[in-house]
Write a protein that binds this ligand. Structure first.
Ligand SMILES: *Cc1c(COP(=O)(O)O)cnc(C)c1O
Ligand SMILES: [Zn+2]
Length: 439
């Protein structure tokens, strides 16, 4: 472990301080690199800091590491003058200042749609859908992967890899293809067929593991410790990866005209995305880019994999791992790494974590499609259905401005709803036959 980050070098004394810090042992074949305004990795539990490198666990207490920054004064105008993708927020991300010049999929700046029809259905007066289905591989994962790819490059990785519930594998495989870096993606073998094809189209390195996501994840950690120079986006470069989710929060605020919504509903798998939207809102407040105001963050899970919702309702911090059994496979993480922080945020902001059945998820997909013309995958069905349930149970205030985050595209989970929607009326090519359908 040689270099200290370039930016920190310019800040002189900080860099010297950091040399004396303890660091976790590096992954074989990876090195430190340049990460924009990021200054260190710090432990979420004990605050211990380590230098920016391929580290994810605190050497003192094994708590998760996350990126710390020394932000310059960033203005709305500077951001608005940036590209129409996540790099408009590059000053707030752990990426080099010329990030937009290296080949990447340029995700983000997706639509924030006023959802008046859905709002009327749910009884919510002021409702928006943040629609991440239009990202390059049709899920929000392109955002996190773009940040992880940058980190992988900086750390000198030779292979770009991930354990995945499907969408992450799609995003990693596509980003690797564009960047010209070898990819290997690991998925549970029971994954939806379209999600498998959506990875295989970009890479020869698709590996289906007989087991659930938590088994795949364990295998990935083992490989990360054994193989030379592998960057597993959500394992050994997880702190960098996770920061990409902040861009959903930044975009919501910017697209609302630089203000925070009152309530946000976000799907929860590992819980990373939800915690980062909260981090984004907090950063925007601190930087003076939005006015400080209270907001509530709600988490959405499937009943067949709802360990965080269960703990929330029980009023406990103890999240009991579950064996997932739900059609919402992209949310099927039985032992969520950031679940505890999701509980903290839901409780601190006055939100909640709620869960819905597979039937409610299917109904949620159809409802969003029929009211707003948006085809969500099972995760978006979960979020829509949870929003409905939150209103019905009085947990979400229908008079307040609310944003529902739709994270993935329905074309990837067609089987989940194929029998929910009517089949085509097949007719002879005559006007009479058409009239007979009653359509
Ligand atoms: C991965 C994923 C999520 C959840 O992400 P976490 O940050 O792990 O909670 C939500 N929706 C979709 C479509 C996903 O692929
Ligand atoms: Zn620690």
């Amino acid at each position: 472990m040689s270099a200290v980050v370039t930016d920190a070098k310019q800040r002189g004394s900080e860099a010297t301080d950091r040399k004396s810090e303890t660091t976790t042992p590096t992954q074989p074949g990876l090195r430190e690199g340049a990460f924009g305004n990021a200054t260190a990795l710090s432990c979420r539990e004990c605050g211990h800091q380590v230098a920016l490198g391929p580290f994810y666990a605190c050497p003192e207490c094994f708590g998760p590491l996350e990126i710390t920054y020394d932000f310059p004064q960033v203005t709305r105008e500077e951001i608005e003058a940036g590209p129409r993708n996540i790099w408009r927020y590059k000053a707030l991300l752990p990426v080099p200042s010329d990030i937009e010049t290296s080949p990447n999929t340029e995700p983000g700046f997706t639509r924030l749609l006023k959802a008046d029809n859905l709002g009327r259905e749910l009884g919510i007066a002021n409702l928006w859908v943040k629609d991440d289905t239009t990202n390059p591989t049709n899920s929000f994962k392109d955002r996190v992967v773009a940040c992880a790819l940058s980190a992988a490059r900086e750390l000198g990785a030779k292979v770009f890899a991930c354990p995945s519930t499907g969408n992450l594998a799609n995003a990693v495989a596509a980003a690797g293809a564009r960047a010209g870096i070898k990819t290997v993606v690991f998925i549970p073998s029971n994954l939806e067929h379209p999600k498998q094809v959506n990875s295989a189209i970009f890479t020869d390195g698709l590996v289906a593991v007989d087991g659930n996501y938590d088994d795949v994840n364990k295998l990935a950690s083992e490989i990360a410790g054994e193989e030379e120079g592998w960057a597993f986006v959500n394992v050994n470069v997880r702190p960098y990866y996770a920061e990409g989710s902040k861009t959903i929060g930044y975009e919501i605020a910017e697209q609302l005209g630089w203000r925070l919504p009152d309530q946000v509903v976000i799907p929860v798998a590992s819980g990373s995305q939800l915690t980062k939207v909260d981090k984004a809102f907090q950063e925007l407040i601190k930087l003076g880019l939005v006015e400080d105001k209270p907001y509530k963050i709600f988490g959405a899970q499937a009943t067949g994999c709802g360990p965080v919702a269960t703990a929330f309702k029980a009023g406990t911090d103890a999240i009991r791992p579950v064996k997932p059994d739900t059609i919402a496979k992209s949310l099927a993480i039985g032992n969520p790494a950031d679940g505890i922080y999701v509980l903290d945020i839901a409780r601190r902001t006055g939100g909640a974590v709620e869960e819905v059945t597979d039937d409610e998820i299917r109904a949620g997909i159809v409802l969003l499609a029929r009211t707003e013309g948006i085809f969500a995958e099972t995760a978006g069905g979960t979020t829509t259905a949870v929003t409905k349930k939150l209103v019905e149970t009085g947990q979400l205030d229908p008079t307040l401005e609310t944003v529902v985050v739709n994270t993935g595209h329905g074309l990837k989970t067609l089987d989940a709803i194929a029998d929910q929607v009517g089949a085509a009326a097949t007719i002879a090519p005559s006007y009479k036959a058409f009239k007979a359908t009653g359509i």
